[in-house]
Design a protein around this ligand. Structure first.
Ligand code: ADP
Ligand code: MN
Ligand code: MN
Ligand code: MN
Length: 338
């Protein structure tokens, strides 16, 4: 029996690339998934006269929604003429840096926050037709109808990630009503990023069945409402064995704070205001247990004298290939320089 392979890629949408996918029917006897193509003129990746783009499978997992032999396939986009990475392909650059610094054994844990919206754009938990719910406080990790919205989607999504074999490490309800988080990791640069993209795709897809929109926007509601981040936990093998390399890594990132912030997702200034458990976007700091710092070193890490650090700045709408590449490049080049 032929089976279905869902080829997933990132389009050329500005300012934030969006997920796209289409289904290939694969004969049972095919042993390796082939490259495929799509119309780049419909995804802001090519012009109409010269429209073909190439999909190169890079990560495959079981499709937990279709079941059976069906699979999900994360792809890189290549230019059809040159068969080189397309301008919108940020994974290729991440692959190079991951290879260059492989001996540091970088691990990442990504905390993906997101907001569930009704079809009219209002967040779940906010009154239909306008207005606001009670102020933030009771919603984070809450339970009960007056505090929690959308848990049915979260339950299905979490089990789907597990069934797909993804390294999902937890979920929680967030500070703003309708806002949730799941974590992927710890895994290497490419693994964590590919898995996050698949997990995002599954979330969007599952929410379709509930007529709910998943927003990764950094600040979906202005004012006294938390934004959505993608806290990025990271460690080298040296950081997992001693404290000094953790301190050095934070300092190295501090020296390049602006390069990092500019690449941590669209509309980051709206989210990193210095309020709502954030540091101001233009003022770098790091500290133990400090949720108002750019980078937090967990209390337990300080106590153990080894472990990891958490860059709290990346947005929910960040590109994980860009974020993990930058952190790897900055931390490992500094470590290599001694
Ligand atoms: P928080 O307390 O900030 O909410 P979470 O529990 O949501 O933290 O997320 C922490 C993430 O860090 C998890 O995805 C976890 O797998 C990851 N993590 C744990 N240890 C390491 C490590 N040594 N290096 C990188 N990531 C790690
Ligand atoms: Mn978390
Ligand atoms: Mn969170
Ligand atoms: Mn966190």
């Amino acid at each position: 029996m032929p089976y279905q392979a869902e080829y997933i890629w990132l389009d050329g949408n500005e300012p934030t690339q969006q997920l796209r996918s289409k289904t290939k029917i694969v004969p049972n006897e095919v042993s390796e998934l082939p490259i495929w193509g799509f119309d780049g003129s419909s995804t802001n990746q090519a012009t109409g006269e010269h429209s073909d783009c190439v999909l190169k499978p890079v990560f495959t997992c079981p499709d937990p929604l279709r079941g059976g032999k069906n699979v999900l396939v994360m792809c890189e986009v290549l230019d059809a003429d040159t068969m080189k990475p397309h301008a919108t392909n940020t994974r290729a650059a991440a692959a190079k840096v991951a290879k260059k610094y492989a001996k540091y054994e970088m691990w990442f844990g990504l905390e993906q926050e997101y907001t569930m919206l009704r079809a009219d754009g209002t967040p779940l938990g906010f009154p239909e037709g306008g207005g606001f719910p009670g102020p933030q406080g009771p919603y984070y990790c809450g339970v009960g109808t007056d505090r929690i919205q959308g848990r049915d989607i979260v339950e299905i999504h979490t089990q789907a990630c597990l069934d797909a074999g993804l390294s999902i490490s937890g979920t929680n309800a967030e500070v703003m009503p309708g806002q949730w988080e799941f974590q992927i990791g710890p895994l290497g640069v490419l693994e964590v990023s590919d898995q996050l993209q698949i997990a995002r795709w599954l979330l969007h897809r599952i929410a379709e069945d509930f007529d709910i929109i998943i927003s990764l926007d950094a600040k979906p509601v202005k004012g006294d409402w938390n934004g959505a981040g993608c806290h990025t936990n990271f460690s080298t093998n040296e950081m997992r064995n001693a404290y000094a390399p953790i301190d050095a890594a934070c300092k190295a990132i501090g020296k390049k704070w602006e390069l990092h912030v500019k690449n941590y997702g669209h509309d980051i200034e709206s989210r990193l205001t210095g309020l709502h458990e954030t540091a101001p976007w233009n003022k770098f700091s790091y500290g133990v247990s400090d949720r108002g710092a750019s980078i937090r070193i967990p209390w337990q890490v300080k106590k153990d004298g080894k472990g990891y650090a958490e860059d709290r700045r990346p947005n929910g709408n960040c590109d994980p290939y860009v974020v993990t590449r930058l952190i790897t490049d900055t931390v490992c080049s500094d470590a290599a320089a001694g």
